[in-house]
Every structure is written in structure tokens, then in C-alpha cells.
Design a protein around this ligand. Structure first.
Ligand code: C2E
Ligand code: CA
Ligand code: CA
Ligand code: CA
Length: 279
């Protein structure tokens, strides 16, 4: 038993070392990646289930790493936050997303909103407003075509800083969406004090439709509340027909998820728009 214990410890330590090494080497690479144009955005359509039309799109960052391949955000966003790289990374994402949407509009893609994720540190940062305004000015994209996604925990933790800035952005015509709704600590009543237009129901609830009655109840309650507060609502992570019917039956019209499409590189997103008859 003693040997087994030693063994376990040894394995654990190697794993730790490996993680430490990976973080170290990825961290150094990430610094350069932002300058070297190795970051790319994928675009996931948001569909109006009643018409099948694309009504919005979320930009999701990936890192085309020279040796490790295409890395998902979970592999480097936390690292970027730790290394103070989230500000330049976030600014790159904002600029790129606005430019791409504007370029699509110019070739005839119907006017729709592009949603960009904001990290907590970006919202707290003094440059937030300036970087959003710069991204709009440089691209020529209209403010009413930009949507910013924020997560509830950050807003709850820093109400004073956040609410003022978000209110300012909203007054400029930008849409604000509450991301991952239901995973944090905000109460339903608190929501109406926040300057938001839209709410995204988290995949952790959607995936248990048909499986877990309490998740279904939470979704129904959330939808009822959104309707009474006049908030738009999007369901995330919708994969099956059963999930889709439950959501539309309960009044959730806008759907994002693999059921319709995974996040796509720009050219495939264009194909998707064409296939949906919108171009
Ligand atoms: P998120 O904002 O909640 O984005 C939705 C995630 O769910 C995406 O993962 C998307 O690919 C995935 N997803 C969408 N539909 C389905 C589905 O039907 N089934 C399943 N299993 N998954 C689905 P992704 O692209 O790996 O992004 C993960 C997280 O990384 C995002 O979660 C977001 O929090 C963060 N992230 C992505 N891009 C950015 C960014 O530019 N800035 C910041 N700060 N965070 C970002
Ligand atoms: Ca999001
Ligand atoms: Ca989300
Ligand atoms: Ca559950």
C-alpha cells in the first residue's frame, strides 16, 4: 500500500510538471501569437427556429498554434487572463469581429448582430470603452450590430464599476447579453437592475432537457421571466430535436447549438448563410 501511495504521488507529480511546462511554453507563445496573427475567429450562427434564418452570430476565438494545432479557448483564455494578455487578446477579437461583420455586410449578408465575449478583466479595465469605440470606428460597423456578452458572476461581484460602463455602452446602441445564465449567483430579481437586453440560457440546463425535471423548470421560469421583463433570450448548446421542441414550445425562438451548426471558420459561415437562402 505504501508503494502504491508512492507511485500515485509520482504520477501526480509528473502530471503537474507537464502542466507547468505546458503553461510555461504556451504562455511564451501566446505573447507572440497575438502579434503574429495566429489567433482566428470561428462564427456560430444563432437561428430563429420559426423561420430557419440566421439572425445573429457569436465570434469564438481559437489559436492556430504552429505545432500544437488548433487550440480551443479553454486552453489559452485562462492563461491569457493570468499573464495579463487578455486585454490585447480581447481587443484583437473585438477588432477582428467588427471588421468581419462589416465585410460580410458589404457582400450582402443581411444585417445581423455579431456577439463578442468580454472577459471580466476587460470590463474592469480602463480601456474598455475606448477599445469598443475604436473597433467600431475602424471597421465602420454600426453600434447596433455589435453585441457584447458578459457573465453574471463578474457583474455581481463588481456592480459599481460594471453597471456604469455597461450602461454607457448600451446608450451608444450596443446590445448587452448575459452569458451562461443560471450558472452563477444572480437572483432573478437582480437581473432587472442590470443594463442588459438579452440573456443566454446555459448549455448545462439545455443538455438535461428530457432528463432532469428541475432543469426544465429552471428553463421555463427563466423564459417566463425574460418575457415579462422584455428581455430577448437565446438558448445555447442545443443539440437535439427534443431540446429544440421543448425550447420553442416554451417560447424560446433563438437557438444556438450543434443542432444547427458548430462554430465555423469565416468561409464556411458564408456557405451556411447561402445554404439558408439568405444570400
Ligand atoms: P461560451 O461563450 O459559453 O461559448 C459557447 C461554447 O459552447 C463554445 O465553445 C461553443 O463552441 C460551444 N457550443 C456551442 N453549441 C454547442 C453545442 O450544441 N454542444 C456543445 N457541446 N457545445 C456547444 P468554445 O468555442 O470552445 O468556447 C468556450 C468558451 O471560451 C466560451 O464559452 C467563452 O467563455 C470563451 N471564449 C471564446 N471566445 C472568447 C473570446 O473571444 N474572449 C473571451 N474572453 N472568452 C472567449
Ligand atoms: Ca458566449
Ligand atoms: Ca455561454
Ligand atoms: Ca441537471
Amino acid at each position: 500500500a505504501k508503494d502504491a501511495g508512492k507511485n500515485c504521488y509520482y504520477i501526480y507529480d509528473v502530471e503537474k510538471d507537464h502542466q507547468r511546462y505546458e503553461r510555461f511554453s504556451l504562455g511564451a507563445d501566446l505573447r507572440k501569437a497575438i502579434q503574429k496573427d495566429e489567433l482566428v475567429l470561428y462564427y456560430q450562427p444563432q437561428i430563429d427556429a420559426s423561420t430557419g434564418e440566421v439572425v445573429g452570430v457569436e465570434a469564438l476565438v481559437r489559436w492556430q498554434h504552429p505545432t500544437a494545432g488548433l487550440l480551443p479557448p479553454d486552453r489559452f483564455i485562462p492563461l491569457a487572463e493570468e499573464l495579463d494578455l487578455i486585454i490585447p487578446l480581447g481587443e484583437w477579437v473585438l477588432r477582428e469581429a467588427c471588421q468581419q461583420m462589416q465585410a460580410w455586410s458589404k457582400v450582402g449578408v443581411p444585417r445581423m448582430k455579431i456577439a463578442v465575449n468580454l472577459a471580466g478583466q476587460q470590463i474592469a479595465h480602463e480601456r474598455l470603452i475606448r477599445s469598443v469605440e475604436e473597433a467600431l470606428e475602424e471597421s465602420g460597423l454600426r453600434a447596433d450590430q455589435l453585441e457584447l456578452e458578459v457573465t453574471e458572476n463578474f457583474v455581481i461581484r463588481q456592480p459599481e464599476v460594471t453597471v456604469g460602463k455597461l450602461t454607457y455602452l448600451r446608450e451608444k446602441g450596443i446590445t448587452l447579453a448575459m452569458d451562461d445564465f443560471g450558472t452563477g449567483y444572480s437572483s432573478l430579481s437582480y437581473l432587472k437592475k442590470l443594463p442588459i437586453d438579452k440573456l443566454k440560457i446555459d448549455r448545462s440546463f439545455v443538455k438535461d432537457i428530457g432528463v432532469d425535471r428541475s432543469d426544465e423548470s429552471i428553463i421555463k421560469a427563466t423564459l417566463a421571466m425574460c418575457h415579462s421583463l422584455g428581455l430577448e433570450v437565446v438558448a445555447e448548446g442545443v443539440e437535439t430535436t427534443e431540446q429544440l421542441s421543448f425550447l420553442t414550445d416554451n417560447g424560446c425562438q433563438i437557438i444556438q447549438g450543434y443542432y444547427y451548426s458548430k462554430p465555423l471558420p469565416p468561409s464556411e459561415f458564408m456557405d451556411f448563410i447561402c445554404d439558408s437562402g439568405q444570400l
